[in-house]
Design a protein around this ligand. Structure first.
Ligand SMILES: NC(=O)c1ccc[n+]([C@@H]2O[C@H](COP(=O)([O-])OP(=O)(O)OC[C@H]3O[C@@H](n4cnc5c(N)ncnc54)[C@H](O)[C@@H]3O)[C@@H](O)[C@H]2O)c1
Length: 338
C-alpha cells in the first residue's frame, strides 16, 4: 500500500516525503508545480535513493485523482497542496478559495469514491485568529483573519462533515511556523519572489539577495517588543505527519481530530534574527518599522495533545533550525534555481 502526498514537491511536502520513505512507507507524489519545481522531486529522489513515483497534475482535475487511485494501491493521503500566502490571499481571494477549497473537495470526493479512508490535512494556527489564551490548545475558539485563513477554517469544516458522513478518518494538523531545511542542505524552502515569511527573508539578506529585514513593530507587549511566534523545524513537522498516519491506525481511528504541531516555545522576531546571525556568523541588518495591520502580538502552541495522541514532540531547537536553514540557503543562494 502507498500514501499519496499532494503538494509533494513543496516545502513541507518534500520533507515529509523523505520522512515517510525513511519510515518505510511507499510514497506517491502529486504536484502541479504552481509553487515548486521539478528540481525538488530530483532532490527527494536523490536523498531517498529511490525512484519515488511523481505525478504532475492539478488536484482539481478529477481525472488525475481517478488515475492515481486506479493505478496505485493508495490507502492513505497527506494533503498539502494549497496556495499559502496570507497577503496575496487578500488581493486575489477567489484564487485562494477556488484552489484551496476546490482541491480539498475534489480530493475528499475522490477518496470517498475510491474507498480511501485515511487523511492527514495541512491546517494552520491561522485558524485561531487573534488568540485569546496563550499557549493555544486545540479547543480554543477558531476563526480567521484573511481569505487564506478562511480556506483552512472551511477545509477543516468540510473534512469534519465528510468524515462524519462517509467514515473518513482525518487528522487536521495545525502547524505553527515551519522553518529550517533537511540537514543535507539539498532540500529546503524556495519561495517565489520576495519571501512572505521571516526566516526565508532573513536568509536572503544573509546571502545578499535582499538588503535588510523590516521588523514589523517594536512596541508589542512582549519581552523585547517584537512579535512572538512558535517556530518549528520542518523535519520535526514532517515526522509529525508520519506519527499522525500511524495514529490513524490506532488512537485516532474513526475520528476527525485537530492537533497542534508546534514546539510550545515562543521566539521573538529579534531572537530569530539573533539566532540566524549566530548561524551565519555575521550580523544581519534589520530595521524596526511600523506594525503590520492584522498581525498578532504573540502566539505559540500548547503541544501536549500532540504528545498524548501522536506520541510526537519536536526535538530540534531554534539554533538547529537556523543552522539547517542557513546550510540550505548557503549551498543554494537562489533556491532550486541554482
Ligand atoms: N509554510 C507555512 O508557513 C505553513 C504554515 C501553516 C500551514 N501551511 C500549509 O501547509 C501546506 C504546505 O505548505 P508549504 O509551505 O509546503 O507550501 P508550498 O507552496 O511550498 O507547497 C504547496 C505545494 O502544493 C502545490 N499545489 C498548489 N495547488 C495545487 C493544486 N491545485 N494541485 C496540485 N498541486 C498544487 C504547489 O505547487 C506546491 O508545490 C499548505 O497547505 C499550507 O497552507 C504552511
Amino acid at each position: 500500500m502507498a500514501v499519496l502526498v499532494t503538494g509533494g514537491a513543496g516545502y513541507i511536502g518534500s520533507h515529509t516525503a523523505v520522512a515517510l520513505h525513511e519510515a518505510g512507507r511507499k510514497v506517491v507524489l502529486l504536484d502541479n508545480f504552481d509553487n515548486s519545481s521539478p528540481a525538488a522531486v530530483d532532490a527527494i529522489r536523490a536523498l531517498t535513493t529511490s525512484d519515488m513515483t511523481f505525478v504532475e497534475g492539478d488536484l482539481r482535475d478529477r481525472s488525475v485523482l481517478d488515475h492515481i487511485f486506479e493505478t496505485h494501491d493508495i490507502d492513505e493521503v497527506v494533503h498539502f497542496a494549497a496556495h499559502k500566502a496570507v497577503g496575496e490571499s487578500v488581493t486575489i481571494p477567489l484564487d485562494y478559495y477556488g484552489n484551496n477549497l476546490g482541491s480539498t473537495i475534489g480530493l475528499a470526493g475522490a477518496m470517498v469514491e475510491h474507498g480511501v479512508r485515511k487523511l492527514v490535512f495541512s491546517s494552520s494556527c491561522t485558524v485561531y485568529g487573534q488568540p485569546g489564551t496563550i499557549p493555544v490548545t486545540e479547543d480554543a475558539p477558531t476563526g480567521a483573519e484573511s481569505p487564506y485563513g478562511w480556506t483552512k477554517f472551511m477545509s477543516e469544516q468540510i473534512l469534519r462533515d465528510v468524515a462524519a458522513a462517509a467514515d473518513l478518518d482525518v487528522v487536521l494538523l495545525r502547524y505553527f511556523n515551519p522553518v529550517g531545511a533537511h540537514e543535507s542542505g539539498t532540500l529546503g524552502e524556495d519561495p517565489n519572489g520576495i519571501p512572505n515569511n521571516l526566516v526565508p527573508y532573513v536568509m536572503q539578506v544573509a546571502v545578499g539577495r535582499l538588503e535588510e529585514v523590516g521588523v514589523f513593530g517594536g512596541d508589542y507587549n512582549t519581552p523585547d517588543g517584537s512579535g512572538v511566534r512558535d517556530y518549528i523545524h520542518v523535519v520535526d513537522l514532517a515526522e509529525g505527519h508520519v506519527a499522525a498516519l500511524d495514529a490513524l491506525d490506532g488512537s485516532l481511528q474513526g475520528a476527525c481530530t485537530a492537533v497542534n504541531l508546534g514546539t510550545g516555545v515562543g521566539s521573538s522576531v529579534l531572537e530569530v534574527i539573533s539566532a540566524a546571525s549566530d548561524a551565519v556568523g555575521a550580523p544581519i541588518a534589520y530595521e524596526i518599522v511600523d506594525r503590520r495591520p492584522g498581525d498578532i502580538e504573540q502566539i505559540y502552541a500548547d503541544p501536549a495533545y500532540a504528545k498524548e495522541v501522536l506520541g510526537w514532540e519536536s526535538t530540534r531547537d531554534l539554533a538547529t533550525m537556523m543552522r539547517d536553514h542557513w546550510n540550505w540557503q548557503r549551498q543554494n543562494p537562489n533556491g532550486f534555481g541554482g
